[in-house]
Design a protein around this ligand. Sequence first.
Ligand code: GLV
Ligand code: MN
Ligand code: MN
Ligand code: MN
Length: 414
Amino acid sequence: MTEGFDIGARAKARCDLLGVPPYSEVDGQLTRRFLTPAHAAALSALEDWMRQAGMSVRRDAAANLIGRYEGEATGAKALIIGSHIDSVRNGGRYDGPLGVMLGIDVVEALHRAGRRLPFAVEVIAFGDEEGSRFPASMSCSRAIAGTLDASALEMRDAEGVSVAEALAAFGGDPAGIASAARKPEEVLAFLEAHIEQGPVLEAEGLALGVVTAIAAQKRIMVKIVGTAGHAGTTPMALRKDPGPAAAECLLALERICRAGTDGLVGTVGRITALPGAFNVIPGAVEFSMDIRAETSATRDAAVDAICAEIHAIATARDLKAEIHLMQALAESPCDPSLIGILEEALSDLSLPARRLPSGAGHDAMVMADLCPTAMLFIRCEGGISHNPAEAVTEADCALAARAMLTFIDKLERR
Ligand code: GLV
Ligand code: MN
Ligand code: MN
Ligand code: MN
């Protein structure tokens, strides 16, 4: 089938286009966090592209951008295709946006062919998968799934701005956030295409993979509290310095996770010594912990062991440890019947249907509370992600778009 445009390759080109200001907050890198002017600029561009693809477009109370391509009958159940438009700080151009752009390409192909389906197709650009501005993540897909806790709106960014304040300034509706929730009877399924963010497909010479399940994760903030003091006058033996204690905690986390099974991984991605000066013994050290595993049980056993060690390390040094759980997401299996349809779609394209789990979190894991979900992985160079060096090929993006169209054909005939 020829669409009159380079399906998939155009999706990649659009991700590239959004990789610089005004679609990035920072010159020379891609940083596009939730509810920033860069997020607004990206939504404006997407809105135009969605309309050109034949969709009606709206924004919901949670700042999700939703394009809808009606089916044969207006108001039919929707197949939702989506991913996120936000990025980590200094991130790559494809983690998230590629899934949105591929959705637009797929709808445009249907539109240009004059095809209407027994179901509607919606494309959603979620705004907050990464949680790179506020402490928790996935607030936009949670709002759609109807699982967003009101307390999430009170979380604050590093400048002290709350989600509710930022959302109101962005044109969203924090007081009416419940209106973003979709009813299960309105939704047929959710399909997310995403770069693999790991090295498996490339190592096996495969362009695409079918996701079986998404790993469970927890986000935890730890604060080790000591006594601030003068770096020159306080003898080593008389200090209550949380710095070395934090270092011991990081080593304990690494040891416990290295010894783990079931894909257990642990990361400390943020460390802050307070107040933060050469010549001040810190009064406190704060650090984040991101712990993931294939099952919540494995993850929780590791979290319990790490937290016990943190308390023991602090006590041994006469310090105090404060530990706060910021977010917990259970493992999320993809729907077995949709996995089967995706596998058939890959076989139809003469591609091996490699099944693989996802260690990265995705909006699909939240959408699973609303409807059956499927995920298509796309090979990325060197498995590199959350890094400006993230790269995909036009050919792989084109195959992904073809696989999504074939998936839709099969869903239609089901
Ligand atoms: C986001 O990419 C995550 O997996 O945390
Ligand atoms: Mn990411
Ligand atoms: Mn992502
Ligand atoms: Mn992710």
